[in-house]
Ligand binder design. Structure first.
Ligand code: B16
Ligand code: MG
Length: 212
């Protein structure tokens, strides 16, 4: 087999938490009084919370103090965490779960490579807290996507060299991070529109023909 491991992005690939990010950032942008739309939201995919705020503030005429920024970051995360509480194992799609189960049963190692500091609690909500062979997330990195660090850490935790890892991503920043990590990448959902990945998944289960 060409790959020994698959590293999945979380938000936008394993689950649809992207809609919760959107809703929480919308409230923060309204409070600050800056424009926020789908186009700006697309740029927030895969990047750290702090970088998201800086992107949202690009159209703001005034420079915010560090304290003000910290308050908005905390408030955004509180709004987001409240929304995450609605999630349950029912939010994990049958296709995603059965595809991952099949890869696992064939001896492929599975990892998470997410910029989120909330990744572990999201996995718990979905009933996946003990499912992956490794989890690399926003708590173990100093640079978020498009930097390759999160994926390189995942390959190190798995003990699989980057060239034998396949990344599954929905974000432009994530596809760029996979390339920078010297890993092949399969774009999924929103990620397919860039045509920059090695594969475009029409269906999550297309992974089976690529990997097995
Ligand atoms: P948090 P992923 C990313 O998750 C999201 O796509 C991105 O929008 C978010 O800002 C980032 O996590 C940080 O999330 O605020 O929970 O630490 O796509 O890399 O799984
Ligand atoms: Mg994502």
């Amino acid at each position: 087999m060409r790959y020994k491991a698959v590293i999945f992005d979380l938000d936008g690939v394993i689950c649809n938490t992207d809609r919760f990010h959107y809703c929480s950032w919308q409230q923060i942008a309204d409070k600050i009084g800056v424009c926020f739309d789908e186009k700006i939201n697309d740029r927030l995919r895969g990047v750290s919370r702090r970088d998201c705020l800086d992107i949202i503030l690009e159209s703001h005429p005034l420079q915010l103090s560090e304290t003000e920024k910290q308050c908005y970051l905390n408030e955004k995360n509180e709004l987001y965490i409240d929304l995450l509480e609605q999630m349950s194992p029912a939010d994990l799609s049958e296709e995603v779960k059965s595809t991952m189960d099949r890869l696992k049963s064939q001896g492929i190692l599975l990892a998470i490579g997410s910029s989120s500091k909330n990744a572990r609690s999201i996995l718990k909500q979905l009933g996946l807290e003990n499912y992956f062979d490794a989890v690399s997330d926003g708590t173990n990195i100093t640079h978020s996507k498009p930097d390759p660090e999160v994926f390189l850490k995942a390959s190190e935790y798995l003990g699989v060299e980057p060239a034998l890892c396949l990344v599954v991503e929905d974000a432009l920043s994530g596809i760029q991070a996979a390339r920078a990590a010297n890993m092949d990448c399969a774009a999924y959902g929103n990620g397919t529109k860039y045509n920059l990945a090695d594969y475009n998944l029409q269906h999550f289960s297309d992974l089976l023909t690529i990997v097995l």
